[in-house]
Design a protein around this ligand. Structure first.
Ligand SMILES: Nc1ncnc2c1ncn2[C@@H]1O[C@H](COP(=O)(O)OP(=O)(O)OP(=O)(O)O)[C@@H](O)[C@H]1O
Ligand SMILES: [Mg+2]
Length: 243
């Protein structure tokens, strides 16, 4: 069981952005990716979920030894991948409650009883610090930045994906929301779920127990270590990793 990126090369608009990215996340591991702006972090994160704008020109993605490189996004999600995007889309007209109910049905084939589902949903909303009326609101429409992130955590708790890629989920969060993000990751980590966490803030690591830190620069991982690597970046920046 693992999420493996093997020598990934990714083009955007015919330009090579990711240039030979390899890493392995095992169940229950939290890997943090740090790197300068424009180093290709969101590019590879979005590619993992199968965004059509990105073309894999070389290498592959394996989920539990299954080659998912060519699978469409919904198939990848079914196999247990979850991506929290740096910029989440709004879906006017689709309520939070309906979106979650349909998403659960699409993933598991299980159609939840609406009354039981509503009870679960209200509990989940409370857990991530969102008011009950969020259930009826259009997905992400007019949500504040922090509210979107809280909703992402609610999705994580609902879907319990095998592997999640969180792209700057901790940016722009108040202290309470950051705690919710950390608690969500810790809860799922304990249940054997794996995480790739892209962040610019070493402060996240003072709350979150991480297994591995990778530095990404110019489209590939240039250094891998433990939490001490984040402290080093905080002090010295990325200069020595940039060509
Ligand atoms: N559609 C596109 N057309 C042209 N260039 C693109 C496109 N998408 C991404 N890029 C370029 O790819 C590079 C990597 O972008 P990416 O968003 O992956 O960086 P990042 O590491 O996530 O940066 P940040 O820390 O600022 O979020 C950037 O130089 C960006 O301008
Ligand atoms: Mg980014």
């Amino acid at each position: 069981m693992s999420l493996e990126l093997k020598n990934l090369h990714i083009n955007v608009e015919k330009k090579e952005i990711v240039r030979g990215l390899s890493l392995i996340v095992l169940p229950g591991e939290v890997h943090v990716i740090m790197g300068p702006n424009g180093s290709g972090k969101s590019t590879f994160a979005n590619t993992l979920l199968g965004h059509p704008k990105y073309t894999i020109t070389k290498g592959m993605i394996e989920l539990n030894k299954l080659n998912i490189t060519k699978l469409p996004p919904e198939e990848r999600a079914k196999h247990g991948l979850f991506l929290a995007m740096q910029h989440t889309p709004e879906i006017p007209g689709v309520s939070v409650a309906n979106f979650l109910r349909l998403a659960i049905a699409a993933r598991t084939g299980e159609r939840k009883n609406p009354i039981a589902f509503r009870k679960d949903l209200l509990e989940m909303l409370a857990k991530v610090g969102l008011a009950p009326d969020f259930a009826a609101r259009s997905l992400n429409a007019g949500f504040s930045g922090g509210e979107r992130k809280r909703l992402e955590m609610l999705q994580l708790l609902t879907f319990e994906p095998a592997y999640s890629i969180l792209d700057e989920t901790d940016s722009g969060l108040d202290v309470d929301a950051l705690k919710i993000v950390v608690a969500t990751i810790q809860t799922l980590k304990k249940r054997g779920k794996g995480f790739l966490v892209i962040t610019h803030y070493p402060r996240l690591l003072s709350h979150l127990k991480v297994d591995t830190v990778h530095i990404m620069a110019q489209g590939k991982i240039v250094k891998t270590g433990g939490a001490e690597l984040a402290a080093e970046i905080e002090k010295e920046g990325f200069k020595k990793y940039e060509e």
